[in-house]
Design a protein around this ligand. Sequence first.
Ligand SMILES: [Zn+2]
Length: 182
Amino acid sequence: MNPEVPIEGDDYSGPGSTDGQPIRYVPRRFPANDHAAIEASLGRGKYAEILYEAGYKSARHWCDKKARTHGLTRMAVFEHYLERLSRGGWGRFSFIQADEAGGCADIRLDYSDFILAQGEICAAKTCYIFAGWFAGAMDWVGEQTRDKGGTPLRTLCCEARCGAEGYDHCVFAVRPKAMSAV
Ligand SMILES: [Zn+2]
């Protein structure tokens, strides 16, 4: 089966870019090993916090760029984001429900790359790396929706349940931040 994501090759550096953004292509085990080593060193809480902020920024950048490249707007960009993550090998992402105006979404993840790399039940939520990505995408959508004035909603995301705890899939919940926390 050929890759479902268009990859522009480069004569010197191999697979080079998709939609004009540079990419890399590595075995699943490599980033999983990095991830485990950094988590062990920093502690899960601190590492999750750092990843959340970095992922939040990356998701917003991605949405901005794809919106311009493909002429997509608002939730269509978020849907495209889930599709591209799925095709990129991170797992299979889909919306269980999404409420653009309310800043809410539940996202289902099947075949999480981090669970497959771990290969065992560990009774702990394992895929927290994705949480900041979905809050970033939802906040980007919120800014597009309210660009005619008003304060855009800010959201938070957490992995509400994880396949690593024994469920058959993971669920991420995006919810608006409490007004006092904005
Ligand atoms: Zn999970």
